[in-house]
Design a protein around this ligand. Structure first.
Ligand code: NAI
Length: 246
């Protein structure tokens, strides 16, 4: 399905990014696993036959380096999955300015940076696919997550703007919006709220599919958007959330 595709996955050392890097590799793509956690990225890259790069997606030079690494390893670039993200569970009253700036830098500025360096190579390849990671909370609000909701709402509309700008170069830009998914982020959120991870499972029980998602289930949607099967899909905002936003 992705035979011969050349991809960068950010935040690939764990969770949804890792599941996607694994699936991309299984489907025949060459994958750069870009993450701040180089040791874990390298461990997984060695296992799946990918290339690990230390990349803080909020830093221009690191994004430029990740793109350069993909081009050096594979001779070009076809797909970027802008997945790295963080959450801070706070309101406007208790969030620090540093946390606000960090969430915005990692969740939204990063997409501008990584895409800016990737687009010339996608164009040179005759087109390509950029997939951004939004959230159910990019389409509705959520409690005690004001910076996260603001950043993910921006990801959703930035996706549409990018689809308009780069469509003429046959570059498709889409957004997946996961619902609660069993990753380290969920554990991080629970810790920030003084709650248990199990409480997320209880909350999910009254949603249409009655459960939270697994990283592989998000990865499958990303693989579709990266593939030629989605050749006429651009500017789409795809909830992958078991009906949570239905
Ligand atoms: P995770 O915490 O399991 O993985 C995130 C990865 O990003 C980690 O490997 C981490 O080292 C890396 N990372 C963090 N900051 C980085 C930076 N500055 N530069 C590069 N890498 C960085 O999280 P998960 O759940 O896999 O999240 C992936 C994306 O999915 C995020 O954008 C998140 O907002 C989104 N999402 C997750 C949901 C969930 O319930 N898990 C729900 C909705 C959206």
């Amino acid at each position: 399905m992705l035979q011969g595709k050349r991809a960068i996955v950010t935040g690939a050392a764990s969770g949804i990014g890792l599941a996607t890097a694994e699936l991309f590799a299984e489907l025949g793509a060459g994958v750069v696993l870009a993450d701040v956690d180089l040791d874990r990225a390298r461990e997984h890259a060695d296992r799946i036959g990918g290339v690990a790069v230390r990349c803080d997606v909020s830093k221009a030079a690191d994004c430029e380096g990740a793109v350069a690494a993909a081009v050096a390893a594979f001779g070009g670039l076809d797909t970027v999955f802008n997945n790295a993200g963080i959450i801070r569970r706070s309101t406007v009253e208790d969030i620090t300015e540093d946390d606000w700036d960090l969430v915005m830098a990692v969740n939204i500025k990063s997409i501008m940076l990584m895409s800016r360096y990737a687009v010339p190579h996608l164009r040179a390849a005759g087109g390509g696919s950029i997939i951004n990671t939004g959230s159910g909370w990019g389409m509705s609000g959520g409690g005690r997550a004001v910076s996260y909701c603001a950043s993910k709402g921006a990801v959703v509309n930035m996706t549409r703007a990018m689809a308009i700008d780069h469509g003429p170069d046959n570059i498709r830009v889409n957004c997946v919006c996961p619902g609660d998914t069993a990753t380290g982020m969920l554990a991080d959120e629970a810790a920030q709220l003084g709650a248990t991870v199990e409480s997320f499972y209880v909350d999910a029980a009254d949603r249409p599919l009655g459960r939270i998602g697994q990283p592989r289930e998000i990865a499958q949607a990303v693989a579709y958007l990266a593939s030629d099967a989605a050749s006429f899909v651009s500017g789409a905002i795809l909830p992958v959330d078991g009906g949570g936003t239905a």
